[in-house]
Design a protein around this ligand. Structure first.
Ligand code: SAM
Length: 233
């Protein structure tokens, strides 16, 4: 999709997208693609495909959500997806972008400073960070980081009671959900909505899972990553 089409699709989703916002998004796309060779930030290098599968895809995560003054975190943000796009579309959000790879976070931090964007950054393993920031976030997001049962243990401790984890998933969301039933129960969490989308050009399927934290998380979670991975909940 070209720039004009992206703008139209974002407006169709209900976002308020003026020329300045669109310029900021386009600048970020160009910067990401230019920096890609150095940092290996993304596998998608065609700008038209990038707009659909990185930007529009990320935007789906916050359709109809009010993030004004809410504390949010993007776990495993990589080159800034979905976190940067969520910030562009919801500038009143208090967004933290976290990744364990220092070079990715340093690059994003530098970019945000140059443009005076109000974003926070963390270089850490998500499970370590979660132990230090228990129940601090209204919303947590993650895209292409790990299967749902693993993500839940890492992410739900960070989320406030009555807060949400928004998982950006593809066409295998139902399989991941089945495998995450036990984790949801153990972590006092419930899937309250699954929003199904078909991307407008590639026609690929996307599923946005809204997972609500209903009660506090047992202090034994998250376990060490090796344990989480070897025996997921
Ligand atoms: N979310 C981005 C996207 O959709 O383009 C990046 C996806 S990339 C495939 C996965 C990212 O998650 C990598 O940048 C990796 O460093 C990060 N990651 C994986 N496990 C993590 C963990 N336990 N804590 C922090 N970051 C993690």
């Amino acid at each position: 999709m070209n720039k004009e089409e992206l703008k139209k699709y974002l407006i169709d989703l209900g976002f308020n997208v003026d020329d300045q916002k669109m310029e900021n998004i386009e600048d970020f796309i160009e910067k990401t693609l230019l920096t890609n060779e150095k940092f290996n930030l993304t596998a998608i290098t065609d700008i038209d495909v990038f707009r659909e599968k990185m930007v529009y895809d990320s935007a789906l995560a916050t359709k109809d959500l009010d993030l004004t003054n809410k504390k949010a975190i993007d776990i495993g943000t990589g080159a800034g997806f979905p976190g940067m796009i969520i910030y562009f579309l919801n500038p009143e959000v208090k967004m933290t972008l976290l990744d364990s790879t220092a070079k990715k976070i340093n690059y994003l931090n530098e970019y945000a400073k140059e443009r005076d964007y109000h974003l926070a950054f963390a270089i850490d393993r998500a499970e370590e960070y979660a132990r230090k920031h228990i129940e601090k976030y209204d919303f947590a997001f993650a895209r292409a980081v790990a299967p749902l049962n693993i993500l839940l243990e890492i992410i739900m401790p960070l989320v406030k009671i009555d807060g949400y984890f928004i998982a950006l998933k593809g066409s295998n969301a139902d399989v991941e959900l089945k495998e995450a039933r036990n984790a949801l129960k153990k972590l006092n969490s419930e899937v309250i909505e699954i929003k199904n989308y078909i991307l407008p050009e590639s026609k690929e399927e996307r599923n946005i899972l809204l997972i609500k934290k209903k009660g506090s998380t047992n202090k034994k979670y998250p376990r060490m990553y090796s344990e989480i991975k070897n025996s997921p909940l």
